[in-house]
Design a protein around this ligand. Structure first.
Ligand code: NI
Length: 219
């Protein structure tokens, strides 16, 4: 989400406007600030509306999905019945939030010890364009052998993200096809052995805090 606030006018726009010398400096900054706010509200507002729509219906995050495992096999939500799921959405090119969160999840699993056997940590990409099964395999292996990486077609990813009320959006950073980052919400979902939502786990929690909360909720 941090990228959303980096709104700046193009230099050429600035030159064009200032050459005309009609608006004053302060009225210009007012326009820029207002436009920036409108953009921010629109983007954050969409995420908020998605979340609220879900909860006002009494619907909890989670639901059916069909995705692809890192070994290229079809995986559905039913394959995890009988186990708790710890579901997190992100992407392998993520510069900081995803790796930090997944490190904490891996450490929390270590903290849980044998209790972690009832739990499957799942990382679902919101960047299916770059996150192929092979890329997911390499990436998840770096954190924990228990971490399940799931990708899918763009449509499948849109569907599962909607089920989990996950917000994500492409943020273009350059002219090339791979010059982009993904803005995405960062919440870990604890799901029960019946596939039902139990509680959100803060992605900013320490591994110990995560393990404590998950341990309590699983018992
Ligand atoms: Ni991320």
């Amino acid at each position: 989400m941090r990228y959303l606030l980096r709104w700046t006018p193009l230099e050429s726009d600035m030159t064009n406007i200032t050459n005309r010398a009609v608006p004053t400096r302060s009225s210009l900054s007012f326009i820029y600030v207002t436009a920036g706010l409108v953009v921010t509200v629109l983007l954050f507002g969409t995420a908020g509306v998605l979340w609220l729509t879900g909860s006002s219906n009494g619907e909890m995050p989670g639901g059916a999905f069909t995705l692809e495992s890192s070994s290229g096999q079809t995986v559905t939500n039913r394959d995890f019945r009988g186990k708790y799921m710890l579901v997190y959405f992100g992407y392998t090119y993520c510069p900081d939030v995803c790796p930090t969160t997944l490190n904490a999840v891996a450490e929390a699993l270590d903290e849980l010890g044998p209790r972690a056997e009832k739990l499957v940590p799942i990382f679902i990409t919101d960047d299916p364009q770059r996150d192929t099964p092979a890329a997911m395999k390499r990436y998840t292996a770096a954190f924990s052998p228990a971490l399940v990486g799931l990708t899918g077609t763009p449509d499948e990813i849109v569907r599962v993200a909607k089920e989990y009320r996950v917000y994500y959006a492409k943020h273009i950073t350059g002219p090339g096809p791979n010059d982009y980052s993904m803005d995405h919400s960062s919440i870990i979902y604890l799901m029960g052995p019946d596939g039902e939502f139990i509680a959100p786990i803060s992605a900013e929690a320490s591994p110990q805090e995560m393990a404590d909360k998950i341990g309590k909720l699983m018992s």
